[in-house]
Design a protein around this ligand. Structure first.
Ligand SMILES: [Mg+2]
Length: 230
């Protein structure tokens, strides 16, 4: 018997940044620098004041952007255009192995990210896995609430017409998995944080290990695709 009794899974929800690609790529660090730059330019904050503000808004509002919008009237479009203005291709390259794995999983795959849609799509395209996903739920979709706000998860599930019990969420942030677990979603922690002891259902170091997680949950190995015969 599998751990989840061969549960029927219809939907895989993937975080984007540092879940579908690894931290070593340096992409998120660069976005962080752009956010620092934005705070300096817009609010005249130096690096340490900016970092403090981000921590504060993260705790208070869930995301820096929501804090900036609520407390400073920052235009989200302007923030996103500035902070995500970078050459993704400098940091990421196509991941055909991940493409194969995702294509073999017989369930819908969607991205659920606190980043804006344009960035999500650019990352998926650069990794060449955009065809694997049927939908993108970005920060705007949740009216800049984002993860880990429980309402954001409910909005995504309602839009997909699915219940928690038929979903898996993969994310590199333990805090983002907590509300998911409460909603009955199977939680998979991806990356470095996974080494530490947290209350998640699965811990994997890289997203490609979803193949094993899938087999463990459903009791079914992933089928080979045509390209394996080449
Ligand atoms: Mg992430």
């Amino acid at each position: 018997m599998t751990r989840f009794g061969g549960r029927r899974i219809t939907t895989l929800l993937f975080d984007l940044d540092e879940t579908l690609y690894q931290p070593e790529t340096g992409l998120l660090k660069q976005i962080d620098r752009r956010i620092e730059g934005f705070l300096q330019k817009k609010l005249g904050m130096d690096k340490s004041a900016g970092a403090e503000l981000r921590q504060k808004y993260y705790r208070q509002y869930g995301t820096t952007l929501r804090g900036l919008k609520e407390a400073h009237g920052v235009d989200p479009q302007e923030y996103c255009a500035y902070t995500y203005q970078l050459d993704v291709g400098k940091y990421l390259k196509p991941n055909p192995v991940l493409y194969e794995i995702l294509m073999r999983i017989p369930a819908q795959k969607v991205v659920f990210s606190n980043s804006p849609r344009r960035h999500v799509y650019r990352v998926l395209q650069t990794l060449q896995i955009h065809q694997c996903f049927s939908k993108i739920f970005d920060i705007e979709f949740t009216n800049y609430l984002g993860k880990p706000h429980r309402l954001s998860y409910e909005m995504v599930m309602e839009s997909l017409g699915v219940s928690g019990h038929e979903c898996i969420l993969l994310d590199d942030q333990p805090v983002n998995l907590e509300p998911a677990r409460e909603l009955g979603i199977i939680t998979v922690l991806v990356g470095e944080e996974a080494k530490k002891n947290t209350t998640v259902d699965y811990k994997i170091e890289v997203v490609e290990e979803i193949a094993e997680v899938w087999a463990d949950i459903t009791g079914k190995e992933l089928k080979k695709t045509g390209s394996d015969l080449l």
